[in-house]
Design a binder for this molecule. Structure first.
Ligand code: GUN
Ligand code: FE
Length: 465
């Protein structure tokens, strides 16, 4: 079924129970609420059962209302701020080496294969389909160094209806990048990036700009200073998003200090790469001054809690970053993080923060074991996975409120093959906790992006309720 054949909610409304977290620490429960969507896919009204105009809206819409079945709940679509699209075949594999060795041994050889579009196409298609089916409606993608395969990924996001930022990876430094997998030089890194920006912006199927380009220096170790400054200038010229990795591990953090005599964040800033439109992956070793710099520029962090367990040598001090006004969203970091699910990303964010709070070495006395004031609760994690990520990107998604795009995940808590059992639980906040902890793909009954239905229930599920 193509995008246009699936039932759309444009010009219609949906009625049911919804959860969202428009601000940190606050879960809003929208019980028996009508959400109206205009012909462009934007939410125009959110009306509770007693809201003025609710009865009139229902009368006006008549049969143009989709009613969520009992046991079903709507959430804003998840925003994954950090995915390496070509690494999807490696998900769950190659987790036994530190970052630099992992890149050289496993990751660069895999990514190099995307020079072949016949290799790339089925893998990229499966990834976009799988992420949508798991409720991820917006993704910030690193593609590969190849221009053509990056264009193909953008094509697939447009075809399958996923909101995405897609970046050609720039990596031109012969000292750190393999001979057969790098930009020929800084000029090629910049011109290849420009070609992808132009392609995405002029794409005939992208009139609504659902797919955006993103300037993507892999990380400072893989780029020459000429490429880094050229990409900073390019992003400014095209008013474009930027993404890169920043101070991810001891090694990556130390690399910038040794090479530039300054932190990774400061170096990126000097190259014009730290802007209001920048997403910094990981950023575990940001100093307090770095955090202030990042916050001052309005840049955001993609917190990748699961990947950090394997590659970052530490837990990102999320609470500290939020307290210093750094904007933060969540990322899976496929395949550094071996799960594609943003529900899992929420849970790992909470768990990692608890380990940082309490500490991990039982031989230390309790008062010296952890870092007080580090724990994150589930609602904050969910906020970051939705509204927080949207704010980092400055996109009107992640909340169920007028003016936002209608990006929605329908959770069926009763799905036979799913991971949720509610028994007699009826308190909405408890149902929310069950949903975030238990949702599997079988619980995701439908997904909409921009009002278009991009994941439909399997035909044998229809009418089951
Ligand atoms: N740093 C540079 N490249 C990568 C990558 O592909 N994954 C992660 N996690 N860190 C990186
Ligand atoms: Fe990464």
């Amino acid at each position: 079924m193509s995008l246009t054949e699936k039932p759309s909610l444009r010009g219609r409304a949906i009625v049911g129970d919804f959860f969202h977290a428009p601000t940190r620490d606050r879960l809003e429960v929208l019980t028996d609420t009508l959400i109206a969507v205009d012909e462009a896919g934007t939410i125009t009204a959110v009306l509770g059962p007693d809201a003025a105009g609710r009865a009139a809206a229902e009368a006006d819409l008549g049969s143009n209302i989709l009613r969520l079945p009992r046991g079903n709940y709507g959430l804003p679509g998840m925003v994954d701020l950090h995915v390496h699209a070509p690494q999807y075949p490696q998900l769950g594999l190659a987790l036994d080496a530190p970052l630099a060795e992992w890149l050289d041994t496993y990751t660069f050889p895999l990514e190099a294969r995307y020079a072949d579009l016949d290799f790339a196409a089925p893998r990229y298609r499966a990834l976009v389909e799988d992420l949508l089916a798991q409720g991820t409606t917006t993704v910030v993608y690193f593609a590969t160094q190849h221009v053509d395969a990056t264009k193909l990924l953008a094509d697939l996001c447009l075809e399958l209806g996923q909101r995405a930022l897609v970046g050609k990876v720039a990596m031109d430094d012969p000292a750190t990048c393999p001979e057969d997998y790098r930009d020929a030089d800084a000029v090629a890194a910049v011109s290849g990036t420009r070609a992808v920006i132009d392609y995405i912006r002029a794409h005939p199927d992208n009139a609504e700009a659902r797919v955006l380009p993103v300037v993507t220096p892999r990380f400072t170790p893989s780029c020459t200073p000429e490429a880094l400054s050229g990409l900073g200038a390019l992003a400014a010229e095209h008013a474009c998003h930027i993404q890169t990795h920043c101070s991810e591990s001891d090694w990556a953090h130390g690399h910038a200090l040794n090479r530039f005599g300054k932190s990774d964040a400061e170096a990126l800033d000097d190259f014009g790469l730290l802007t209001r439109h920048t997403v910094l992956a990981h950023s575990n070793f940001l100093s307090g001054d770095d955090m202030d710099r990042v916050a001052g520029r309005g840049a955001g962090v993609a917190h990748c809690a699961l990947s950090n367990i394997y590659f970052a040598n530490s837990v990102f001090p999320l609470r500290k970053a939020l307290e210093r006004q750094v904007r933060v969203g969540l990322g899976t970091d496929i395949s550094g993080g071996p799960s594609a699910s943003m529900f899992e990303a929420c849970l790992t964010t909470v768990r990692a923060s608890r380990l940082l709070e309490d500490g991990v070495d039982p031989d230390l006395p309790a008062e010296r074991r952890g870092r007080a004031g580090s724990a994150i609760d589930l609602v904050t994690a969910f906020h970051l996975a939705t509204a927080g990520g949207a704010d980092v990107l400055d996109l009107p998604v992640g909340r169920l409120q007028p003016g936002c795009r209608f990006d929605l995940v329908q959770i069926d808590t009763r799905a036979r093959n799913g991971g949720i059992r509610l028994f007699d639980i009826t308190r909405p906040e408890a149902i929310f906790e069950k949903i975030i902890h238990g949702t599997t793909r079988a619980n995701i009954a439908a997904v909409w992006v921009d009002g278009h239905q991009v994941v439909a229930p399997p035909p044998d599920d229809l009418g089951r309720h």
